[in-house]
Design a protein around this ligand. Structure first.
Ligand code: ZN
Ligand code: ZN
Length: 346
């Protein structure tokens, strides 16, 4: 039954009604499309982002142009943290503000409407190597662990600020995964909203007794566990969007990656490195993305004891095309069981 007009119209009218010109169009905004339930970050400043070609990348010494190489620290804003913390020795990883952020670290001022607001938050770059490397496999194992311990620390700092609602780290590796600069790096965002993907997972978790326990048990039953290391499990999900899609999570509940032990952060580092090595063997041309889903910082005490932070890794083997855009559904050309077999090397 259709809702009465007086129930349905004000909400949508309010959503669209206050689209007024912005005094500063370069400040990133979030626009919410109520019909689609979709949020879009409108960030015109990102059109100015350089890629390697724009920076003049050639076969010459990359330190001549790459903003992430050691020696070029003045080409990025000052670092918020670095590894090692001791500034008397050279850095091996550093976290710096993104020059072209999707969210601005400004005092939150007026939400124009439920449908349009300033994107308040932080957007960092995690420079994962001082040398101009393209792959995480080129980073020494102990340095790669330091990167994840550093990310954990930065996420803890963001949780402690009190003005952000959720934060996570993500990686674009290779041009088809959206990387514009080849120097090995990740990005870290802290937002003052719960992103749609998290809201969906939180709602599903709220409706289940043991959502992640069930997910892991099903993977065990069906042969989709790929690897286990300590308290971390690597599995192929029930509905992978791409061949070889892989999730990594603790087997026992832990809502926040920033609250995990440094040892477990290091164990995650080792597993991501293992995954990339497998992917290079199984699909040498594949680019990939990964992203960390931890619980929003506050307001979910009811599910915090049942939530498992998790890293979702999506190889980019087939493109996202019309079917995916039209339906919101994905097509994968490999069964989840076959993906698990190949990753295990059965
Ligand atoms: Zn570089
Ligand atoms: Zn997730």
């Amino acid at each position: 039954m259709r809702p009465a007009a007086d129930q349905r119209e004000p909400r949508h009218r309010e959503a669209y009604s206050q689209f007024m010109p912005e005094p500063d169009p370069l400040t990133p905004h979030v626009h919410h499309e109520p019909l689609a339930g979709r949020s879009v970050f409108i960030a015109p400043g990102r059109a100015e982002r350089p890629d390697d070609a724009a920076l003049g990348a050639t076969g010459d010494d990359p330190r001549a142009w790459c903003p992430f190489c050691a020696g070029n620290e003045s080409r990025t804003p000052p670092a918020s943290c670095r590894a090692p913390a001791d500034e008397s020795v050279p850095w091996r990883a550093r976290i710096v503000p993104n020059h072209y952020p999707v969210a601005a670290d400004v005092i939150p001022h007026r939400a124009v409407s439920a449908a349009r607001r300033v994107a308040h938050g932080i957007h960092d770059v995690v420079v994962e190597s001082a040398a101009h490397e393209r792959s995480v496999l080129a980073i020494a194992e102990d340095h790669w662990r330091d990167v994840w311990v550093l990310v954990r620390r930065r996420l803890a700092d963001l949780a402690a600020r009190g003005d952000l609602t959720w934060a996570g780290v993500f990686k674009n590796s290779g041009p088809r995964a959206g990387a514009s600069l080849e120097h090995v790096h990740s990005q870290l965002v802290g937002l003052d909203l719960v992103p749609t993907a998290l809201a969906t997972e939180v709602a599903a978790a709220a409706a289940a007794v043991d959502p992640f326990g069930d997910l892991i048990a099903a993977a065990r039953r069906e042969g989709r566990i790929v690897r286990e290391a300590g308290d971390l499990v690597v599995l192929v999900p029930h509905a992978p969007r791409q061949p070889l899609e892989t999730w990594i999570m603790p087997v026992t509940p832990e809502a926040f990656f920033h609250a995990t032990s440094p040892g477990r952060a290091a164990a995650l580092a080792d597993l991501t490195r293992w995954f990339v090595a497998r992917l290079v063997r199984l699909a040498p041309a594949a680019d990939y993305n990964w992203w960390l889903h931890q619980l929003p910082f506050a307001g979910h005490d009811d599910i915090a004891a049942r939530w498992h932070w998790h890293l979702e890794i999506l190889p980019r083997i087939t493109p996202l095309a019309g079917f995916e855009l039209a339906t919101g559904c994905h097509i994968s050309v490999m069964t989840p069981l076959e993906s698990a077999r190949r990753l295990r090397d059965d």
